[in-house]
Design a protein around this ligand. Structure first.
Ligand SMILES: C[C@@H](N)C(=O)N[C@H](C)C(=O)O
Ligand SMILES: [Zn+2]
Length: 236
């Protein structure tokens, strides 16, 4: 049985805006599961065309200020979500807890809204992203088994990320990641609010539990959860 390919309404973000940086975490073991997630065949950001074009608008506004966007996750196949669900059932696998959910019980991650069994990402118009000061400083790869540092430690102690300081790292499952958490003040709060205002201006809506998660309001597939793997469309 041949694998389903991306429908024609989906584009590679790099074809729409090659200036947006990409660090596709679920293609790598540097994520809350500690393994490459099912369905990520390539380190690619796929989105529906309207969402990608709207994102290009936000990027243009940011480039004028000497900053740019970096995406961590875009379209996420349902099989990847199912992989998250299977991982969550194994309560003994706490490999990545010390970095990604030090204060939250693994059994609470779905209940507390940090991961969804039916995710907007699978509809193709949701993405996780941050802001990077340009020129972007190169980052190093994560080495499986290396000592982990909490995602809410001060930025200089966390795993290196060329993102501006958002108060926590990406996929930090903690109330400190709630976009409007009052304990986050000063520069990190201003950075979150800059991302929020840019993204809202471009037509996206934020998830209150995660400063990095946005959905395009006028998404073309509001009821469809796709399951094709992350790979390029064949050339026509
Ligand atoms: C897992 C995290 N990056 C995320 O996207 N969470 C939301 C709730 C989702 O799974 O849709
Ligand atoms: Zn997300």
């Amino acid at each position: 049985q041949p694998e389903p390919r991306p429908p024609k309404e989906f584009v590679a973000l790099s074809d729409v805006d090659p200036t947006i940086l990409q660090e596709m975490r679920y293609y790598t073991p540097h994520n809350f599961t500690g393994h490459r997630v099912e369905g990520y065949r390539r380190p690619l950001c796929l989105l529906t065309r309207p969402a990608a074009e709207a994102l290009r608008g936000a990027q243009r506004a940011l480039l004028r200020r000497g900053y740019g966007l970096k995406v961590y996750d875009c379209y996420r196949p349902q099989r990847a979500v199912d992989d998250f669900v299977a991982w969550a059932k194994d309560l003994d696998d706490l490999r990545m807890k010390a970095e990604f959910y030090p204060r939250v019980a693994k059994s609470r991650l779905f209940l507390d809204g940090y991961i969804a069994e039916k995710s907007g990402h699978s509809r193709g118009s949701t993405l996780d992203l941050t802001i990077v000061r340009l020129p972007a400083v190169p980052t190093r790869p994560y080495v499986p088994g290396e000592p982990l540092v909490s995602c809410y430690a001060p930025k200089e102690l966390r795993f290196p990320d060329n993102s501006v300081d958002m108060g926590t790292g990406y996929d930090c499952f903690d109330t400190l990641s709630h976009t409007a958490d009052p304990r986050v003040q000063g520069v990190p709060r201003a950075n979150r609010m800059l991302l929020k205002s840019l993204m809202e201006e471009a037509g996206f809506v934020n998830l209150a539990e995660e400063w990095w998660h946005y959905t395009y309001r006028a998404e073309p597939f509001p009821d469809t959860y796709f399951d094709f793997p992350v790979s390029r469309r064949p050339a026509p």
